[in-house]
Design a protein around this ligand. Structure first.
Ligand SMILES: [Zn+2]
Length: 211
């Protein structure tokens, strides 16, 4: 498997709409520009990822389990939730291989950012290889932020329908989970794999929301 140094950064911020900027190479395919009537995905896990709360994680185990439960009810599976992880996953850059990490970032976020997720993937298969969730310490108690970021770690992009969990603007989002079930995710991904065989894929995409 070719592991490319790739990351996708999804920022949750105070924009009115999600804007995808910095998209390198040509657009992935029409698949990624599907009319925003349904949520869209970027990739999928082929293994069940563990979740590692790094020593500086602003999220504790109970809060993490709440977010895990949110997605389990939609059909997703996770491995262990490991607290105060001291493996290399938390202390290196790049992909935390086959793992989702949760880390604190107070320094490089501006005031408008609640969270950020980096998604590492295989550019040919779109298999998700690892994800890093960054949050400010002040965001731990704010409802929905962690669930939203975990949605990115599962491959979901922003979906700017009012009250939706994957809305790119927290204040306009909500707990609506329209279109996010694991069953739908798998169906979208299988159609995507057919498309990807006939299209050249860029190896890196960077998404950012307007402030
Ligand atoms: Zn987001």
């Amino acid at each position: 498997m070719r592991l490319l140094g790739i990351f996708l950064s999804l920022l949750l911020c105070c924009s009115h709409e999600e804007n995808d900027v910095g998209e390198r190479a040509k657009p992935v395919s029409d698949f990624t520009n599907v009319a925003k009537t349904v949520p869209s995905i970027f990739g999928m896990w082929k293994i069940t990822p563990d979740i590692k709360l790094c020593p500086n994680s602003p999220v504790d185990r109970n809060r993490m389990l709440e977010a895990v439960r949110f997605w389990e009810l939609l059909g997703y599976s996770f491995g262990s939730v490991i607290v105060n992880d001291t493996s290399s996953s938390c202390f290196t850059h790049g992909s935390p291989v086959y793992t989702i990490t949760v880390e604190m970032n107070n320094s490089s976020f501006d005031e408008a950012h609640a969270g950020q997720t980096e998604l590492y993937y295989d550019s040919e298969t779109r298999e998700i290889l690892g994800a890093r969730i960054y949050m400010k310490s002040s965001m731990m108690e704010l409802e929905r932020v962690l669930e939203h970021e975990l949605g990115h770690a599962l491959g979901w992009r922003h979906f700017n329908r009012s009250e939706h969990i994957m809305h790119g603007n927290h204040t306009r989002g909500g707990n609506n989970t329209f279109g996010l079930s694991n069953e739908i995710h798998s169906a979208i991904m299988s159609s995507f794999e057919k498309i990807s065989k006939n299209n050249h894929e860029p190896d890196m995409i960077f998404y950012k929301c307007d402030l």
